[in-house]
Design a protein around this ligand. Sequence first.
Ligand code: 5AD
Ligand code: FES
Length: 356
Amino acid sequence: MGGDKINQEQKKRIDTLAQRHILPEDELIALLDGQDGASSSYLFAKADAVRREHYGTEVYVRGLIEFTNYCKNDCYYCGIRRSNKKASRYRLTEEEILACCQEGYQLGFRTFVLQGGEDPGWSPERIEALVRAIHRQHPDCAITLSVGEHDKATYQRWFDAGAERYLLRHETADEAHYRMLHPPGLSLQHRKQCLWDLKAIGYQVGCGFMVGSPGQTSRELAEDLQFIYELQPEMVGIGPFLPQKDTPFGEKAPGTMEQTLFLLGVIRLMLPEVLLPATTALGTIHPLGREKGIQAGANVCMPNLSPVAVREKYALYDNKICTGDEAASCRNCLDRRMRSIGYHIVTSRGDHKSRQ
Ligand code: 5AD
Ligand code: FES
């Protein structure tokens, strides 16, 4: 693989991307269509160099707390969609969440990511009170929210309560593709508006998408990349689409690790200082997926801090890792994994370069 000679046009695209951080749409499409072993190796080496220039060999960790799998939405790809009657629903209490944070703090986490479905049982007021409580107990930690679409006033009150970062994947930047992935009632326009609102308020914002979702081609991916460039987010979350058997997309083909890694490299060159996780989905599709993600340009890992008893219930897709007994201490597992490839986990908030 590495011995193959790189196609010169492909090399030029990667070099131009590294210099200018964006390419015209047809060139982005050609770059993605030209993905092969040689161009991937070349891209990863460049992306790794850029990441090292800005963040060295440090890997930031975020303690992920999946605090509710109730969701009022019905996205066709997602295992916790409202219509999935087989999902076993749970909702952690404030006390349980604070206990996760306490435990996480002792393990060295300085960022907590509160992720959940759009759960009517967690009102904006309740979430606000939770953010305040975590902020009070851990004033030196960053709080990231990932609880879907809300109005700007709600985002503002959570920000005022102490949440500084927000993750909301745009899922796809193509209107027709968005329609294929979501039921009527959800709109790309609203999703994008939420991201712009979050930015305007002052959050560090993360958008992102699944790689290999049904109906996605290089054209949709090029649109995703263009939207990301336009938004200039501080974080980008991408991982392979993985089917969940009790969803309408249960029989669809999964995305690939190779394409996910390629896109991680591309995103690193587009946004040199971006905080880019090697996601759980990437670790699920291949036993060394997260390590390879770091080597392709990622610099963040988000191990699970949820109580082991509920972990398998947050099943967005099948065969998710870190749900068994072995997962009691993902942090140590990850540190070993990162050291095995010459990187290491650090205990810090891991803010975006522009906020340090
Ligand atoms: N495969 C991979 N990722 C998924 N997500 C939801 N369902 C799946 C799936 N089947 C991702 C979405 C969502 C994030 C929390 O998880 O991109 O934004
Ligand atoms: Fe969770 Fe390895 S990171 S078990």
